[in-house]
Design a protein around this ligand. Structure first.
Ligand code: ARG
Length: 572
Protein backbone atom coordinates (compact mmCIF):
# COMPACT_ATOMS: atom_id res chain seq x y z
CA UNK A 1 0.00 0.00 0.00
CA UNK A 2 1.44 3.33 -1.09
CA UNK A 3 0.77 5.71 1.81
CA UNK A 4 1.77 8.88 0.00
CA UNK A 5 -0.54 8.10 -2.92
CA UNK A 6 -3.40 7.36 -0.60
CA UNK A 7 -3.16 10.88 0.84
CA UNK A 8 -2.38 12.44 -2.53
CA UNK A 9 -5.33 10.82 -4.31
CA UNK A 10 -7.82 12.18 -1.82
CA UNK A 11 -6.37 15.67 -1.90
CA UNK A 12 -6.11 15.61 -5.64
CA UNK A 13 -9.76 14.66 -6.03
CA UNK A 14 -10.73 17.53 -3.73
CA UNK A 15 -8.45 19.97 -5.53
CA UNK A 16 -9.85 18.94 -8.88
CA UNK A 17 -13.41 19.31 -7.60
CA UNK A 18 -12.67 22.78 -6.22
CA UNK A 19 -11.03 23.96 -9.42
CA UNK A 20 -13.21 22.23 -11.93
CA UNK A 21 -10.09 20.83 -13.62
CA UNK A 22 -7.36 18.34 -12.70
CA UNK A 23 -4.37 19.63 -10.76
CA UNK A 24 -1.54 17.83 -8.97
CA UNK A 25 -1.61 17.96 -5.17
CA UNK A 26 2.18 17.45 -4.96
CA UNK A 27 2.28 15.49 -1.71
CA UNK A 28 5.64 14.91 -0.06
CA UNK A 29 6.86 13.75 3.30
CA UNK A 30 6.76 16.76 5.62
CA UNK A 31 10.03 18.66 5.67
CA UNK A 32 9.89 19.02 9.47
CA UNK A 33 8.37 16.80 12.10
CA UNK A 34 6.29 19.74 13.49
CA UNK A 35 4.51 19.99 10.13
CA UNK A 36 3.06 16.51 10.51
CA UNK A 37 3.65 13.50 8.29
CA UNK A 38 2.96 14.76 4.78
CA UNK A 39 2.62 18.14 3.17
CA UNK A 40 0.77 19.06 -0.02
CA UNK A 41 2.41 21.82 -2.05
CA UNK A 42 0.19 21.84 -5.11
CA UNK A 43 -2.41 24.36 -3.97
CA UNK A 44 -0.25 27.46 -4.51
CA UNK A 45 0.44 26.66 -8.17
CA UNK A 46 -3.18 25.75 -8.83
CA UNK A 47 -4.38 28.95 -7.15
CA UNK A 48 -2.01 31.03 -9.21
CA UNK A 49 -3.13 29.42 -12.46
CA UNK A 50 -6.80 29.96 -11.62
CA UNK A 51 -6.26 33.39 -9.99
CA UNK A 52 -7.62 32.41 -6.61
CA UNK A 53 -6.47 33.14 -3.12
CA UNK A 54 -4.27 30.12 -2.23
CA UNK A 55 -5.25 29.95 1.43
CA UNK A 56 -8.93 30.07 0.50
CA UNK A 57 -8.40 27.36 -2.08
CA UNK A 58 -6.55 25.25 0.49
CA UNK A 59 -9.50 25.68 2.88
CA UNK A 60 -11.92 24.62 0.14
CA UNK A 61 -9.81 21.55 -0.61
CA UNK A 62 -9.73 20.50 3.04
CA UNK A 63 -13.46 21.07 3.23
CA UNK A 64 -13.99 18.54 0.44
CA UNK A 65 -11.20 16.07 1.03
CA UNK A 66 -12.36 12.92 2.81
CA UNK A 67 -9.48 12.74 5.27
CA UNK A 68 -11.43 12.19 8.51
CA UNK A 69 -10.68 8.49 8.58
CA UNK A 70 -6.94 8.90 7.98
CA UNK A 71 -5.84 12.22 9.44
CA UNK A 72 -5.81 13.27 13.04
CA UNK A 73 -4.97 16.85 12.14
CA UNK A 74 -4.80 18.98 9.01
CA UNK A 75 -3.72 22.59 8.80
CA UNK A 76 -3.07 25.31 6.28
CA UNK A 77 0.36 26.82 6.64
CA UNK A 78 2.14 29.82 5.13
CA UNK A 79 0.95 30.81 1.68
CA UNK A 80 -1.21 27.68 1.23
CA UNK A 81 0.67 24.51 2.17
CA UNK A 82 -1.50 21.77 3.60
CA UNK A 83 0.05 19.84 6.47
CA UNK A 84 -1.32 16.43 7.35
CA UNK A 85 -0.80 14.42 10.49
CA UNK A 86 -2.08 10.87 10.08
CA UNK A 87 -4.03 9.34 12.92
CA UNK A 88 -2.54 6.69 15.17
CA UNK A 89 -5.64 4.60 14.72
CA UNK A 90 -5.36 4.63 10.95
CA UNK A 91 -1.63 3.84 10.98
CA UNK A 92 -2.08 0.99 13.43
CA UNK A 93 -4.85 -0.41 11.24
CA UNK A 94 -2.49 -0.50 8.27
CA UNK A 95 0.23 -2.17 10.29
CA UNK A 96 -2.23 -4.78 11.52
CA UNK A 97 -3.33 -5.75 8.04
CA UNK A 98 -2.11 -9.21 7.21
CA UNK A 99 -0.11 -9.70 4.06
CA UNK A 100 3.27 -9.19 2.52
CA UNK A 101 5.51 -6.18 3.15
CA UNK A 102 5.51 -5.25 -0.52
CA UNK A 103 2.45 -5.03 -2.75
CA UNK A 104 2.88 -5.91 -6.40
CA UNK A 105 2.11 -3.28 -9.02
CA UNK A 106 -1.21 -3.38 -10.81
CA UNK A 107 0.58 -2.62 -14.09
CA UNK A 108 3.41 -5.15 -14.39
CA UNK A 109 5.86 -4.55 -17.20
CA UNK A 110 8.57 -6.52 -18.96
CA UNK A 111 11.74 -4.66 -18.11
CA UNK A 112 15.19 -5.37 -19.52
CA UNK A 113 18.02 -4.32 -17.24
CA UNK A 114 21.32 -4.15 -19.13
CA UNK A 115 24.05 -4.12 -16.51
CA UNK A 116 27.59 -5.13 -15.64
CA UNK A 117 28.40 -5.77 -19.33
CA UNK A 118 32.21 -5.81 -19.05
CA UNK A 119 34.62 -6.20 -21.91
CA UNK A 120 35.86 -9.79 -21.84
CA UNK A 121 39.26 -8.93 -23.32
CA UNK A 122 40.34 -7.77 -19.88
CA UNK A 123 39.76 -8.56 -16.27
CA UNK A 124 36.62 -6.93 -14.91
CA UNK A 125 37.68 -3.83 -12.97
CA UNK A 126 36.21 -1.27 -10.61
CA UNK A 127 34.72 0.58 -13.56
CA UNK A 128 32.20 -2.25 -13.85
CA UNK A 129 31.54 -2.42 -10.15
CA UNK A 130 29.08 0.46 -10.17
CA UNK A 131 27.12 -0.88 -13.12
CA UNK A 132 26.95 -4.33 -11.53
CA UNK A 133 25.90 -3.17 -8.08
CA UNK A 134 23.41 -0.48 -9.11
CA UNK A 135 21.96 -2.61 -11.90
CA UNK A 136 21.48 -5.54 -9.56
CA UNK A 137 19.64 -3.40 -7.00
CA UNK A 138 17.35 -2.10 -9.74
CA UNK A 139 16.66 -5.63 -10.99
CA UNK A 140 15.78 -6.74 -7.45
CA UNK A 141 13.49 -3.80 -6.68
CA UNK A 142 11.64 -4.12 -9.99
CA UNK A 143 11.18 -7.85 -9.45
CA UNK A 144 9.91 -7.32 -5.91
CA UNK A 145 7.26 -4.95 -7.27
CA UNK A 146 6.02 -7.67 -9.58
CA UNK A 147 7.61 -6.68 -12.86
CA UNK A 148 9.02 -9.29 -15.21
CA UNK A 149 12.71 -8.48 -15.22
CA UNK A 150 15.06 -9.74 -17.91
CA UNK A 151 18.70 -9.26 -16.98
CA UNK A 152 21.02 -8.76 -19.93
CA UNK A 153 24.77 -8.89 -19.53
CA UNK A 154 25.85 -7.28 -22.80
CA UNK A 155 29.48 -8.37 -22.54
CA UNK A 156 32.04 -7.20 -25.09
CA UNK A 157 33.35 -10.36 -26.74
CA UNK A 158 33.96 -9.18 -30.28
CA UNK A 159 36.49 -6.95 -31.99
CA UNK A 160 40.09 -6.84 -33.10
CA UNK A 161 41.64 -7.29 -29.64
CA UNK A 162 40.43 -10.87 -29.61
CA UNK A 163 42.67 -11.74 -32.58
CA UNK A 164 45.68 -10.71 -30.52
CA UNK A 165 44.47 -12.54 -27.43
CA UNK A 166 43.77 -15.87 -29.07
CA UNK A 167 47.06 -15.75 -30.96
CA UNK A 168 48.83 -15.25 -27.66
CA UNK A 169 46.72 -17.97 -26.06
CA UNK A 170 47.89 -20.33 -28.81
CA UNK A 171 51.47 -19.44 -28.13
CA UNK A 172 51.36 -19.83 -24.38
CA UNK A 173 49.05 -22.86 -24.25
CA UNK A 174 45.61 -22.84 -22.78
CA UNK A 175 46.65 -24.19 -19.41
CA UNK A 176 48.96 -21.25 -19.04
CA UNK A 177 48.95 -19.97 -15.48
CA UNK A 178 48.80 -16.57 -16.98
CA UNK A 179 45.10 -16.98 -17.58
CA UNK A 180 44.47 -16.72 -13.87
CA UNK A 181 45.14 -13.03 -14.33
CA UNK A 182 43.67 -11.69 -17.54
CA UNK A 183 45.00 -8.22 -16.87
CA UNK A 184 48.60 -9.41 -17.10
CA UNK A 185 47.70 -11.72 -19.97
CA UNK A 186 46.31 -8.77 -21.91
CA UNK A 187 49.34 -6.62 -21.21
CA UNK A 188 51.75 -9.34 -22.33
CA UNK A 189 49.77 -10.08 -25.48
CA UNK A 190 49.77 -6.39 -26.29
CA UNK A 191 53.52 -6.17 -25.72
CA UNK A 192 54.03 -9.11 -28.12
CA UNK A 193 51.74 -7.48 -30.64
CA UNK A 194 53.61 -4.19 -30.52
CA UNK A 195 57.09 -5.74 -30.61
CA UNK A 196 56.75 -8.48 -33.20
CA UNK A 197 55.33 -7.71 -36.67
CA UNK A 198 54.99 -11.40 -37.44
CA UNK A 199 52.83 -11.90 -34.29
CA UNK A 200 50.79 -8.86 -35.26
CA UNK A 201 50.23 -10.30 -38.71
CA UNK A 202 49.09 -13.64 -37.27
CA UNK A 203 46.73 -11.72 -34.95
CA UNK A 204 45.19 -9.89 -37.86
CA UNK A 205 44.71 -13.16 -39.73
CA UNK A 206 42.98 -14.53 -36.62
CA UNK A 207 40.53 -11.64 -36.66
CA UNK A 208 39.71 -12.33 -40.29
CA UNK A 209 39.31 -16.04 -39.56
CA UNK A 210 37.18 -15.28 -36.52
CA UNK A 211 34.86 -13.07 -38.50
CA UNK A 212 34.70 -15.55 -41.38
CA UNK A 213 33.68 -18.27 -38.94
CA UNK A 214 36.80 -20.46 -39.22
CA UNK A 215 35.91 -23.34 -36.87
CA UNK A 216 39.35 -23.69 -35.32
CA UNK A 217 39.74 -20.00 -34.60
CA UNK A 218 36.20 -19.85 -33.31
CA UNK A 219 37.00 -22.67 -30.91
CA UNK A 220 40.07 -20.83 -29.62
CA UNK A 221 38.06 -17.66 -29.22
CA UNK A 222 35.31 -19.57 -27.37
CA UNK A 223 37.90 -20.99 -24.99
CA UNK A 224 39.20 -17.54 -24.20
CA UNK A 225 35.70 -16.11 -23.73
CA UNK A 226 34.69 -18.95 -21.43
CA UNK A 227 37.69 -18.37 -19.21
CA UNK A 228 37.04 -14.66 -19.02
CA UNK A 229 33.35 -15.19 -18.32
CA UNK A 230 34.13 -17.62 -15.54
CA UNK A 231 36.23 -14.91 -13.89
CA UNK A 232 33.25 -12.58 -14.06
CA UNK A 233 30.94 -15.22 -12.65
CA UNK A 234 33.27 -15.72 -9.68
CA UNK A 235 33.02 -12.02 -8.94
CA UNK A 236 29.21 -12.03 -9.30
CA UNK A 237 28.92 -14.97 -6.94
CA UNK A 238 31.20 -13.36 -4.43
CA UNK A 239 29.33 -10.07 -4.63
CA UNK A 240 26.01 -11.86 -4.31
CA UNK A 241 24.83 -10.46 -7.62
CA UNK A 242 21.96 -12.22 -9.41
CA UNK A 243 23.70 -12.50 -12.79
CA UNK A 244 24.23 -16.04 -14.09
CA UNK A 245 25.64 -17.41 -17.36
CA UNK A 246 22.06 -17.46 -18.68
CA UNK A 247 21.91 -13.68 -18.50
CA UNK A 248 24.85 -13.26 -20.85
CA UNK A 249 23.73 -11.94 -24.20
CA UNK A 250 27.09 -11.02 -25.67
CA UNK A 251 27.80 -8.55 -28.45
CA UNK A 252 28.65 -11.47 -30.74
CA UNK A 253 25.11 -12.83 -30.34
CA UNK A 254 23.98 -10.00 -32.62
CA UNK A 255 26.54 -10.61 -35.40
CA UNK A 256 24.07 -12.18 -37.77
CA UNK A 257 21.60 -9.33 -37.32
CA UNK A 258 24.02 -6.55 -38.21
CA UNK A 259 23.70 -6.61 -42.03
CA UNK A 260 19.93 -6.49 -41.58
CA UNK A 261 20.15 -3.50 -39.24
CA UNK A 262 22.15 -1.60 -41.83
CA UNK A 263 19.89 -2.56 -44.70
CA UNK A 264 16.80 -1.60 -42.70
CA UNK A 265 18.28 1.81 -42.05
CA UNK A 266 19.15 2.07 -45.70
CA UNK A 267 15.73 1.12 -46.99
CA UNK A 268 14.22 3.77 -44.75
CA UNK A 269 16.47 6.37 -46.27
CA UNK A 270 18.29 7.01 -43.02
CA UNK A 271 21.80 6.21 -44.24
CA UNK A 272 24.38 8.58 -45.65
CA UNK A 273 27.91 7.99 -46.73
CA UNK A 274 30.69 9.95 -45.11
CA UNK A 275 34.35 9.19 -45.93
CA UNK A 276 33.32 5.74 -47.09
CA UNK A 277 31.55 4.95 -43.81
CA UNK A 278 27.78 4.48 -43.58
CA UNK A 279 26.21 6.80 -41.06
CA UNK A 280 22.94 8.12 -39.73
CA UNK A 281 22.83 11.87 -39.19
CA UNK A 282 20.25 12.78 -36.61
CA UNK A 283 18.57 16.03 -37.23
CA UNK A 284 15.90 17.73 -35.26
CA UNK A 285 15.74 21.05 -33.62
CA UNK A 286 17.81 20.18 -30.58
CA UNK A 287 21.52 20.81 -30.37
CA UNK A 288 22.20 17.49 -28.71
CA UNK A 289 23.53 15.85 -31.86
CA UNK A 290 25.76 18.72 -32.92
CA UNK A 291 29.49 18.42 -32.30
CA UNK A 292 31.77 21.03 -30.77
CA UNK A 293 32.67 22.38 -34.20
CA UNK A 294 29.00 22.96 -35.01
CA UNK A 295 28.85 20.09 -37.49
CA UNK A 296 26.24 17.35 -37.02
CA UNK A 297 27.55 14.22 -35.30
CA UNK A 298 27.20 11.03 -37.33
CA UNK A 299 26.20 7.68 -35.84
CA UNK A 300 28.53 5.37 -37.76
CA UNK A 301 26.98 1.96 -38.31
CA UNK A 302 29.42 0.49 -40.83
CA UNK A 303 33.05 1.39 -41.43
CA UNK A 304 34.54 1.76 -44.90
CA UNK A 305 36.14 -1.71 -44.57
CA UNK A 306 32.70 -3.20 -43.95
CA UNK A 307 33.20 -3.65 -40.18
CA UNK A 308 30.37 -2.91 -37.78
CA UNK A 309 30.54 -0.88 -34.60
CA UNK A 310 29.40 -0.73 -30.98
CA UNK A 311 26.42 1.38 -32.14
CA UNK A 312 25.33 -1.17 -34.74
CA UNK A 313 25.30 -3.92 -32.13
CA UNK A 314 23.30 -1.76 -29.76
CA UNK A 315 20.71 -1.08 -32.45
CA UNK A 316 20.38 -4.81 -33.03
CA UNK A 317 20.04 -5.27 -29.27
CA UNK A 318 17.21 -2.73 -29.02
CA UNK A 319 15.38 -4.53 -31.78
CA UNK A 320 15.85 -7.92 -30.14
CA UNK A 321 14.69 -6.62 -26.79
CA UNK A 322 11.65 -4.89 -28.22
CA UNK A 323 10.49 -7.52 -30.64
CA UNK A 324 11.74 -10.84 -29.28
CA UNK A 325 11.85 -10.17 -25.54
CA UNK A 326 8.75 -7.95 -25.62
CA UNK A 327 10.25 -5.24 -23.45
CA UNK A 328 8.11 -2.34 -22.25
CA UNK A 329 11.14 -0.62 -20.82
CA UNK A 330 14.91 -1.00 -21.18
CA UNK A 331 17.31 0.35 -18.58
CA UNK A 332 21.01 0.66 -19.41
CA UNK A 333 23.60 1.15 -16.69
CA UNK A 334 26.91 2.54 -17.85
CA UNK A 335 29.06 5.45 -16.84
CA UNK A 336 28.07 8.92 -17.93
CA UNK A 337 30.66 9.06 -20.69
CA UNK A 338 28.37 6.89 -22.80
CA UNK A 339 25.46 9.34 -22.54
CA UNK A 340 25.79 10.61 -26.11
CA UNK A 341 26.05 7.06 -27.45
CA UNK A 342 22.74 6.13 -25.85
CA UNK A 343 20.97 9.32 -26.88
CA UNK A 344 21.99 8.54 -30.44
CA UNK A 345 20.97 4.88 -30.24
CA UNK A 346 17.58 5.74 -28.77
CA UNK A 347 16.92 8.37 -31.44
CA UNK A 348 17.97 6.11 -34.32
CA UNK A 349 16.02 3.16 -32.88
CA UNK A 350 12.90 5.30 -32.69
CA UNK A 351 13.27 6.71 -36.19
CA UNK A 352 13.90 3.28 -37.65
CA UNK A 353 11.06 1.64 -35.72
CA UNK A 354 13.39 -0.75 -33.89
CA UNK A 355 11.72 0.23 -30.64
CA UNK A 356 7.99 0.05 -30.36
CA UNK A 357 6.29 3.00 -28.70
CA UNK A 358 5.39 3.36 -25.89
CA UNK A 359 8.46 1.36 -24.96
CA UNK A 360 10.75 3.42 -22.75
CA UNK A 361 14.48 3.50 -23.37
CA UNK A 362 16.44 4.83 -20.41
CA UNK A 363 20.11 5.36 -19.84
CA UNK A 364 20.87 5.49 -16.12
CA UNK A 365 24.35 6.99 -16.10
CA UNK A 366 26.72 7.11 -13.18
CA UNK A 367 29.82 9.07 -12.32
CA UNK A 368 33.36 7.81 -11.85
CA UNK A 369 34.77 6.08 -8.81
CA UNK A 370 37.50 8.30 -7.40
CA UNK A 371 40.20 7.78 -4.80
CA UNK A 372 40.47 10.05 -1.78
CA UNK A 373 42.86 12.20 -3.81
CA UNK A 374 40.05 12.95 -6.26
CA UNK A 375 41.76 10.99 -9.05
CA UNK A 376 40.43 7.77 -10.63
CA UNK A 377 40.48 5.04 -8.02
CA UNK A 378 43.68 2.94 -7.81
CA UNK A 379 44.80 0.15 -5.52
CA UNK A 380 47.89 0.52 -3.39
CA UNK A 381 49.94 -1.10 -6.15
CA UNK A 382 48.88 1.84 -8.27
CA UNK A 383 47.22 -0.10 -11.08
CA UNK A 384 43.56 0.17 -11.95
CA UNK A 385 42.00 -1.67 -9.06
CA UNK A 386 40.99 -5.24 -9.71
CA UNK A 387 37.69 -6.22 -8.19
CA UNK A 388 38.87 -9.31 -6.41
CA UNK A 389 41.68 -7.46 -4.65
CA UNK A 390 39.27 -4.77 -3.64
CA UNK A 391 36.85 -7.26 -2.10
CA UNK A 392 39.70 -9.05 -0.32
CA UNK A 393 40.73 -5.78 1.26
CA UNK A 394 37.14 -5.01 2.27
CA UNK A 395 36.86 -8.33 4.08
CA UNK A 396 40.23 -7.96 5.79
CA UNK A 397 39.33 -4.52 7.07
CA UNK A 398 35.91 -5.71 8.22
CA UNK A 399 37.53 -8.64 10.03
CA UNK A 400 39.72 -6.23 12.01
CA UNK A 401 36.61 -4.34 12.99
CA UNK A 402 34.67 -7.45 14.02
CA UNK A 403 37.63 -8.81 15.96
CA UNK A 404 38.02 -5.55 17.86
CA UNK A 405 34.34 -5.49 18.72
CA UNK A 406 33.80 -9.19 19.40
CA UNK A 407 37.04 -10.93 20.32
CA UNK A 408 35.09 -13.77 21.96
CA UNK A 409 33.54 -15.02 18.71
CA UNK A 410 35.39 -17.87 17.05
CA UNK A 411 37.40 -17.40 13.88
CA UNK A 412 34.84 -18.91 11.46
CA UNK A 413 32.02 -16.79 12.84
CA UNK A 414 34.12 -13.64 12.65
CA UNK A 415 35.15 -14.45 9.08
CA UNK A 416 31.53 -14.92 8.04
CA UNK A 417 30.38 -11.69 9.70
CA UNK A 418 33.35 -9.89 8.12
CA UNK A 419 32.36 -11.20 4.71
CA UNK A 420 28.83 -9.84 5.04
CA UNK A 421 30.02 -6.48 6.40
CA UNK A 422 32.92 -6.09 3.96
CA UNK A 423 30.96 -6.89 0.80
CA UNK A 424 27.92 -5.04 2.13
CA UNK A 425 30.01 -1.94 2.89
CA UNK A 426 31.46 -1.78 -0.63
CA UNK A 427 28.02 -2.17 -2.19
CA UNK A 428 26.22 0.17 0.17
CA UNK A 429 28.82 2.93 -0.18
CA UNK A 430 28.15 2.94 -3.89
CA UNK A 431 24.36 2.56 -3.69
CA UNK A 432 23.84 5.20 -1.03
CA UNK A 433 25.22 8.06 -3.14
CA UNK A 434 23.30 9.74 -5.91
CA UNK A 435 24.67 7.75 -8.84
CA UNK A 436 24.95 10.73 -11.17
CA UNK A 437 27.85 12.25 -9.23
CA UNK A 438 31.39 10.95 -9.08
CA UNK A 439 31.93 9.08 -5.90
CA UNK A 440 34.92 8.95 -3.62
CA UNK A 441 35.87 5.47 -2.52
CA UNK A 442 36.81 5.82 1.13
CA UNK A 443 37.41 2.76 3.32
CA UNK A 444 37.04 4.62 6.62
CA UNK A 445 33.75 6.17 5.62
CA UNK A 446 32.18 2.98 4.27
CA UNK A 447 33.20 0.89 7.29
CA UNK A 448 32.16 3.46 9.89
CA UNK A 449 29.61 2.32 12.45
CA UNK A 450 28.07 5.80 12.48
CA UNK A 451 26.22 7.46 9.64
CA UNK A 452 24.56 6.19 6.49
CA UNK A 453 26.69 3.07 6.10
CA UNK A 454 26.19 -0.68 5.81
CA UNK A 455 27.80 -1.39 9.21
CA UNK A 456 25.39 1.07 10.86
CA UNK A 457 22.35 -0.58 9.27
CA UNK A 458 23.57 -4.11 9.90
CA UNK A 459 24.23 -3.17 13.49
CA UNK A 460 20.79 -1.57 13.81
CA UNK A 461 19.29 -4.80 12.55
CA UNK A 462 21.14 -6.84 15.18
CA UNK A 463 19.98 -4.37 17.85
CA UNK A 464 16.36 -4.96 16.87
CA UNK A 465 16.85 -8.70 16.83
CA UNK A 466 18.58 -8.64 20.21
CA UNK A 467 15.31 -7.50 21.81
CA UNK A 468 13.83 -10.87 20.94
CA UNK A 469 16.88 -12.76 22.14
CA UNK A 470 17.00 -10.95 25.45
CA UNK A 471 13.29 -11.40 26.04
CA UNK A 472 13.45 -15.03 24.84
CA UNK A 473 10.53 -14.25 22.59
CA UNK A 474 9.40 -16.40 19.72
CA UNK A 475 8.70 -13.93 16.91
CA UNK A 476 6.11 -16.18 15.35
CA UNK A 477 3.84 -16.09 18.37
CA UNK A 478 3.18 -12.35 18.44
CA UNK A 479 -0.49 -12.06 17.68
CA UNK A 480 -1.60 -8.97 19.57
CA UNK A 481 -2.40 -5.96 17.38
CA UNK A 482 -0.27 -2.85 17.11
CA UNK A 483 -1.64 0.16 18.98
CA UNK A 484 0.13 3.52 18.87
CA UNK A 485 0.27 6.19 21.54
CA UNK A 486 3.72 7.73 21.91
CA UNK A 487 5.13 10.22 19.36
CA UNK A 488 8.12 7.92 18.79
CA UNK A 489 5.76 5.06 17.99
CA UNK A 490 3.84 7.27 15.58
CA UNK A 491 7.00 8.36 13.79
CA UNK A 492 8.28 4.80 13.52
CA UNK A 493 4.92 3.60 12.19
CA UNK A 494 4.83 6.24 9.46
CA UNK A 495 8.38 5.41 8.45
CA UNK A 496 7.59 1.68 8.30
CA UNK A 497 4.58 2.37 6.09
CA UNK A 498 6.65 4.44 3.67
CA UNK A 499 8.50 1.38 2.43
CA UNK A 500 6.21 0.80 -0.55
CA UNK A 501 6.27 4.38 -1.83
CA UNK A 502 10.06 4.37 -1.53
CA UNK A 503 10.40 1.21 -3.61
CA UNK A 504 8.01 2.58 -6.23
CA UNK A 505 10.06 5.75 -6.42
CA UNK A 506 13.29 3.77 -6.87
CA UNK A 507 11.66 1.68 -9.59
CA UNK A 508 10.33 4.70 -11.42
CA UNK A 509 13.28 7.06 -11.15
CA UNK A 510 16.12 4.55 -11.02
CA UNK A 511 17.85 5.87 -7.92
CA UNK A 512 18.61 3.18 -5.33
CA UNK A 513 20.01 5.81 -2.96
CA UNK A 514 16.40 6.68 -2.09
CA UNK A 515 16.06 3.22 -0.58
CA UNK A 516 19.33 3.64 1.34
CA UNK A 517 18.17 6.99 2.71
CA UNK A 518 14.88 5.37 3.68
CA UNK A 519 16.58 2.52 5.55
CA UNK A 520 18.91 4.92 7.30
CA UNK A 521 15.93 7.00 8.46
CA UNK A 522 14.15 3.85 9.54
CA UNK A 523 17.10 2.72 11.64
CA UNK A 524 17.41 6.18 13.18
CA UNK A 525 13.67 6.32 13.87
CA UNK A 526 13.90 2.92 15.51
CA UNK A 527 16.76 4.06 17.75
CA UNK A 528 14.63 7.02 18.88
CA UNK A 529 11.70 4.74 19.62
CA UNK A 530 14.00 2.32 21.45
CA UNK A 531 15.26 5.10 23.68
CA UNK A 532 11.84 6.67 24.31
CA UNK A 533 9.68 3.59 24.79
CA UNK A 534 10.44 0.68 27.09
CA UNK A 535 9.73 -2.58 25.30
CA UNK A 536 10.42 -5.70 27.35
CA UNK A 537 9.63 -3.95 30.61
CA UNK A 538 6.38 -2.43 29.33
CA UNK A 539 3.03 -3.81 30.43
CA UNK A 540 0.79 -5.80 28.17
CA UNK A 541 -0.67 -4.89 25.65
CA UNK A 542 1.96 -2.14 25.01
CA UNK A 543 4.70 -4.72 25.28
CA UNK A 544 3.24 -6.88 22.50
CA UNK A 545 2.44 -3.90 20.32
CA UNK A 546 6.00 -2.62 20.64
CA UNK A 547 7.41 -6.04 19.91
CA UNK A 548 5.32 -6.07 16.77
CA UNK A 549 6.87 -2.72 15.78
CA UNK A 550 10.31 -4.24 16.41
CA UNK A 551 9.50 -7.24 14.29
CA UNK A 552 8.20 -5.13 11.44
CA UNK A 553 11.32 -2.95 11.66
CA UNK A 554 13.57 -6.01 11.49
CA UNK A 555 11.66 -7.42 8.51
CA UNK A 556 11.74 -4.13 6.68
CA UNK A 557 15.47 -3.61 7.30
CA UNK A 558 16.27 -7.13 6.18
CA UNK A 559 14.02 -6.99 3.13
CA UNK A 560 15.26 -3.52 2.17
CA UNK A 561 18.91 -4.49 2.49
CA UNK A 562 18.11 -7.66 0.54
CA UNK A 563 16.72 -5.54 -2.29
CA UNK A 564 20.03 -3.71 -2.36
CA UNK A 565 21.74 -7.09 -2.59
CA UNK A 566 23.09 -6.88 0.95
CA UNK A 567 22.95 -9.79 3.38
CA UNK A 568 22.33 -9.39 7.11
CA UNK A 569 23.83 -11.07 10.18
CA UNK A 570 22.03 -11.86 13.42
CA UNK A 571 24.86 -10.53 15.57
CA UNK A 572 28.02 -8.55 15.04
N1 ARG B 1 30.86 -3.22 -22.68
C1 ARG B 1 30.58 -1.86 -22.43
C2 ARG B 1 31.67 -1.25 -21.55
O1 ARG B 1 32.39 -1.93 -20.90
C3 ARG B 1 29.24 -1.62 -21.75
C4 ARG B 1 28.05 -2.14 -22.49
C5 ARG B 1 26.77 -1.52 -21.97
N2 ARG B 1 25.59 -2.02 -22.62
C6 ARG B 1 25.26 -1.74 -23.89
N3 ARG B 1 24.17 -2.29 -24.38
N4 ARG B 1 25.96 -0.92 -24.63
O2 ARG B 1 31.82 -0.08 -21.49
Amino acid sequence: MNLRNLVADRLEAALTASLGEPAPAIVQPASKREFGDYQANGVMGAAKRSRQNPRELAAAVLEQAPLQDVAEKTEIAGPGFINITLSDHFLAGLLNRPGALISPTSTPETIVVDYSSPNLAKEMHVGHLRSTIIGDAMARVLTALGHRVIRQNHVGDWGTQFGMLITYLNETGSDSELLADLETFYRQAKARFDADPEFAERSRRSVVGLQAGDPEIRAQWRRFIDISLSHCQETYDRLGVLLTPDDVQAESAYNDDLPQVVSDLDSQGLLQESDGARCVFLEGSSKEFIGKDGAPLPVIVQKSDGGYLYATTDLAAVRHRAHTLGADRIIYLTDARQALHFRQIFAVAQQAGFSRPPMRLEHHPFGAMLGKDGKPFKTRAGSVAKLTELLDEAQTRALDMVTAKNPELDETQRQEIARVIGIGAVKYADLSKNRTSDYVFDWDQMLALEGNTAPYLLYAYTRVKSVFRRGEIDETTLDMPVALAEPAEHALAVQLLRFQETLEQVAEEGFPHFLCAYLFDLASQFMRFYEACPILSADSPSRESRLRLCLRTADTLKTGLGLLGIETVERM
